[in-house]
Design a protein around this ligand. Structure first.
Ligand code: NAP
Length: 259
């Protein structure tokens, strides 16, 4: 299928690894020029070069922290009015409800609520002026089924979901579509670090921890960044104009909301 977005300019934050990288690669395969971001410059530049070579698109990079105001300004300066925005940042650490401090909550809100909101607020006016734009926010299955040890993530992502539910409907008539993609467990560094958390809390081996987490997924496996990226590219395509303000689970069936 031709996604109809060849030549569009896409900003994908937190995209040197994992799900953000999966999205960047799928958009490049569809012919988009990219602005990619992460804190670590080496992995970022290496992946950008791989994309340039494989897909022949223009890729610019900006190594900075997307959760800070300064980082957001630097990213937005480089991206200057993208057609497509994919927001992403690292997820908060797991823990216990009784341990989380105000500072922990502020950090989670900065990363997983206020950064994507700031990027949307900055990018939406140009998309509206052009009469076309696509925004995909990478959130989490915890939006539909909160995960006890990820209370910081649950809280911040609930705030972003509420913002998108209203904003998506305010801009839909201008040719701009905002949706959220909700990953279940995907095979990335983040999943490995959460596997390690299970190892430490339950005294299991890595293999046992992974088998335990896989057994919660009807598909019987973790998702891949490639599958995730393909879904993101479709949501950014010319075919997605009637999909507005949705929270779309990619979780191998883990969350059962069929009824
Ligand atoms: P990942 O494999 O750990 O990759 C994270 C990427 O984000 C890296 O490129 C990292 O590069 C970059 N990054 C992290 N913090 C950043 C910051 N402050 N500023 C700029 N870039 C930053 O993680 P992932 O699995 O792709 O997860 C992506 C998001 O999906 C996270 O919010 C995660 O909580 C959520 N999620 C993931 C899963 C899963 O199973 N994988 C499930 C549910 C939700 P640098 O470290 O160099 O900055």
């Amino acid at each position: 299928m031709d996604l109809g977005i060849s030549g569009k300019r896409a900003l994908v934050t937190a995209s040197s690894k994992g799900l953000g990288l999966g999205c960047a690669r799928a958009l490049a395969e569809a012919g988009c020029d990219l602005v990619m971001n992460a804190r670590g410059a080496d992995a970022l530049e290496a992946e950008a070069e791989r994309i340039r070579e494989e897909f022949g698109v223009k890729v610019e990079t900006i190594a900075c922290d997307v959760t800070t105001t300064d980082g957001q300004e630097r990213i937005l300066d480089l991206a200057s009015g993208p057609d497509i925005l994919v927001t992403n940042a690292g997820g908060p650490p797991p823990g216990q409800w009784s341990d989380w401090t105000r500072d922990d909550f502020i950090a989670a809100l900065d990363a997983n609520m206020l950064a994507p909101i700031a990027l949307m607020k900055a990018c939406l006016p140009t998309m509206i002026d052009r009469g076309w734009g696509r925004v995909v926010n990478i959130t989490s299955q915890s939006v539909k089924s909160p995960i006890a040890v990820l209370g910081l993530s649950n809280s911040a992502r609930a705030g972003l979901t509420g913002y998108v539910a209203g904003t998506a409907r305010q801009v839909a008539g201008k040719g701009v579509n905002i949706n959220n993609l909700l990953p279940g467990i995907h095979d990335t560094d983040r999943a490995t670090s959460l596997d390690k958390g299970v190892v430490e809390s339950q005294g299991l081996t890595m293999e046992e921890a992974r088998a335990q987490r896989q057994s919660t997924i009807p598909a019987g496996r973790y998702g891949t960044p490639e599958e995730f990226g393909a879904a993101c590219a479709f949501l950014c395509s010319r075919h997605s104009g009637f999909i507005v303000g949705q929270n779309i689970l990619l979780d191998g069936g883990a969350v059962n909301l069929s009824m």
